[in-house]
Design a protein around this ligand. Structure first.
Ligand code: SF4
Ligand code: SF4
Length: 174
């Protein structure tokens, strides 16, 4: 590979370029200082951006009226997940109308690409991507979301109920 050198007289005078760059920086600094409402950045974490309610953030497993999981462990979400980050262990349900339920449901959130295919694939509205976008954690284990986190984390206040109730589900055969 050959490198072209610019040996012109003008190129030797680097100072105008440096001062021009500093001028642009100072201009933006002053505009931001005196026009704080128009600033493009936020003072995070004190200020937080308001995302749309349709934002596809952290997953939620919905619950029935009695607080148990809506999920029937059909595996459609795991099958459709392009990142292969959903792991489900199914068990037989005591209710003869419900074929199965998950005794373990885990999402490796660091592998997830937030595509929403799991939500699209679910026939019973058992998994949703909610407006929460922060995923803090201090070690690897914090990024494997289990049933406790997905359905019953404190900010869900006992769980999010799905709009599909048991009667509707039985009538439509799901
Ligand atoms: S949002 Fe996409 S990548 Fe993430 S768990 Fe769902 S299907 Fe998988
Ligand atoms: S597609 Fe829905 S019901 Fe089926 S395993 Fe996934 S979350 Fe559960």
């Amino acid at each position: 590979m050959s490198v072209m050198q610019n040996n012109s007289e003008k190129a030797k005078w680097y100072l105008p370029g440096v001062l021009g760059g500093l001028g642009i920086t100072m201009k933006h600094l002053l505009v931001n200082l005196f026009n704080r409402k128009k600033m493009m950045t936020l003072n995070y974490p004190e200020e937080k951006y308001e995302y749309s309610p349709r934002f596809k953030g952290n997953h939620v497993l919905t619950v029935k009226k009695d607080g148990s999981l809506r999920c029937t462990a059909c595996m459609l979400c795991a099958t459709n997940c392009p990142a292969e980050c959903i792991k489900i262990v199914a068990a037989e349900h005591n209710d003869p109308h419900v074929e199965k339920f998950p005794i373990s449901y885990e999402i490796d959130i660091l592998r997830c690409v937030f595509c929403g295919y799991c939500e699209e694939a679910c026939p019973v509205d058992a998994i949703r991507l909610g407006p929460e976008w922060q995923t803090p954690g201090v070690n690897g284990a914090n990024f494997i979301y289990d049933i406790n986190h997905l359905a019953y984390r404190p900010n869900l206040k006992g769980g999010i109920q799905t709009h599909v109730d048991d009667e509707e589900r039985l009538k439509s055969g799901i």
